[in-house]
Ligand binder design. Structure first.
Ligand code: NAD
Length: 244
């Protein structure tokens, strides 16, 4: 069901424990292409080639090469857009309890949000597959691929690849936020990637309202309380302006 801004405002205004679940779509207006939807990476390449753990284990140098060519520059240049900024301001009002993001771009933290669960990890961090040491991607020499740790182990991005489980601590934090919210704003996600896609259903079963902000309906839309249709960078600041 499509909702008007006034209807969403009325629901949001009654809510005091809001949680945002965000996906690639919220960063589109920062210049980072999503996987699915219009202009998504899936139109030109198969993300399974660089985003599945099987591909990384088989040929880490190739996956690193694709990630560096397709993502690193884009992520380095990206800055928070008005949608990220609106969520920061919503946290400042005390009504946004936290953000669960599927994104690996760090833009919610760059906007200033303090409570951010990075459900799929972060591209800014690197982890050794042998000794588990972590370091920042900026500390890394990327002249030789795959990059190696001092211990000789292959270094990997500290992201959750397709085919891997969500770390337990992350899952616990995400569940806590999900089960305690009275409204979940689901922004810029196709709700196709599990277990992240399960979180709005969990929130709803625990009594929360679910509102999506997305230019297109998704597989969640039938189960949500409504869709505010359009770009997050335009709609979230408008919603916030009505609230403050
Ligand atoms: P997705 O690519 O599957 O879906 C993107 C969704 O965003 C679509 O439903 C699309 O209609 C919507 N969208 C497009 N432009 C929008 C806008 N301006 N405002 C609001 N919504 C918009 O993304 P997903 O559901 O997050 O799942 C893909 C997986 O790939 C996730 O793990 C995701 O984090 C990862 N990924 C991350 C980034 C990033 O960190 N920025 C980029 C690409 C993919």
């Amino acid at each position: 069901m499509n909702l008007s801004m006034e209807e969403v405002f009325a629901i949001t205004n009654r809510s005091h424990r809001i949680v945002a679940l965000t996906g690639a779509g919220i960063s589109v207006e920062s210049g980072i292409p999503p996987f699915r939807g219009k202009g998504g990476l899936w139109e030109t390449m198969n993300p399974m080639e660089f985003a599945h753990i099987r591909s990384f284990r088989k040929d880490p140098a190739r996956v690193w090469d694709i990630l560096l060519r397709t993502m690193k520059d884009t992520l380095d240049k990206a800055r928070p857009n008005p949608a990220h900024e609106a969520l920061f301001q919503l946290e400042q009002t005390g009504r946004l309890q936290g953000i669960i993001t599927q994104n690996i771009d760090g833009l919610h933290q760059a906007a200033g949000n303090r409570c951010v669960v990075e459900f799929h990890g972060s591209f800014a961090k690197i982890r050794c597959t042998k000794c588990d040491r972590t370091l920042g991607i900026q500390q890394l020499s990327l002249t030789q691929l795959p990059p190696l740790c001092a211990c000789g182990g292959v270094l990997r991005p500290d992201c959750v690849f397709f085919g891997e489980n969500i770390p337990e601590e992350t899952m616990i934090k995400a569940r806590e936020l999900t089960l305690s919210c009275d409204l979940m704003l689901v922004v810029g996600t196709s709700a196709e990637v599990w277990p992240a896609a399960e979180l709005p259903h969990m929130a709803k079963a625990a009594g929360a309202r679910i509102i999506e902000i997305n230019p297109e309906p998704t597989s969640l839309t039938l189960h949500s309380d409504g869709l505010l249709q359009g770009q997050a960078g335009r709609l979230l600041p408008k919603l916030l302006a009505m609230m403050t």
